[in-house]
Write a protein that binds this ligand. Structure first.
Ligand SMILES: Cc1cc2nc3c(=O)[nH]c(=O)nc-3n(C[C@H](O)[C@H](O)[C@H](O)COP(=O)(O)O)c2cc1C
Length: 176
């Protein structure tokens, strides 16, 4: 039975999604750092991690400690994008559902190497996008996010994950 939602967040967007998901499912929500103390090893969880250069942060540790029944990566990209790439880069088995939700971006909240990576990225990718004359609406959104920062966290971005949860996962209140 699903016990909890466990997350890793750097600047807070993944944490927001974990809390929204907690409200919707009534499952308790723990950061991965706390989850080791709060949950039995091998407990069944939904794992949410922020996306860094195509990897879901914390997934290897979460998969080692717990039984992960679904993964949700939170990145700058559009909700539902990058799923097959994430599965591949993180060695997530085909049997495990993977979702993505668009988080947000704030250069000012980043520190050290993460700040540098995104500063460089906004200079290169951002510049290329800015120079493009036939930008799609998604590319416009990405450019705006890179240039001005901001949040794209919305409850509806969890729709696919909630549908999966509603369709089969055992609910906490069904226990006993
Ligand atoms: C170093 C770095 C690399 C990133 N790489 C990706 C990426 O590959 N794909 C993506 O969609 N977002 C990427 N992002 C954006 C973050 O995943 C996004 O800002 C996310 O909402 C952060 O979540 P958090 O607030 O929980 O830390 C990257 C951010 C940083 C700082």
């Amino acid at each position: 039975m699903l016990r909890a939602i466990v997350y890793t967040s750097n600047t807070g967007y993944t944490e927001e999604y974990a809390k929204l998901l907690g409200e919707e499912t009534r499952l308790p929500v723990y950061s991965l750092a706390d989850a080791g103390k709060r949950l039995e090893p091998g407990s069944e969880i939904i794992y949410l991690g922020w996306i860094m250069a195509g990897t879901v942060k914390g997934y290897p540790k979460a998969a080692k400690l717990f039984r992960v029944s679904a993964v949700c990566g939170v990145g700058m990209g559009k909700t539902g994008s990058q799923i097959s790439e994430l599965r591949k880069a993180n060695n997530i088995p085909e049997s495990l559902p993977v979702f993505t939700a668009q988080g947000g971006f704030s250069l000012g909240k980043l520190r050290g190497v993460y700040w540098l990576m995104m500063k460089l990225m906004s200079m290169t990718v951002g510049k290329n996008l800015a120079a493009k004359t036939d930008r799609t609406p998604d590319e416009n959104d990405m450019l705006e996010l890179m240039q001005s920062g901001g949040s794209r966290v919305k409850r509806e971005n969890l729709k696919a994950l909630l549908e999966w949860y509603g369709s089969g996962a055992e609910k906490p209140n069904e226990a006993v």
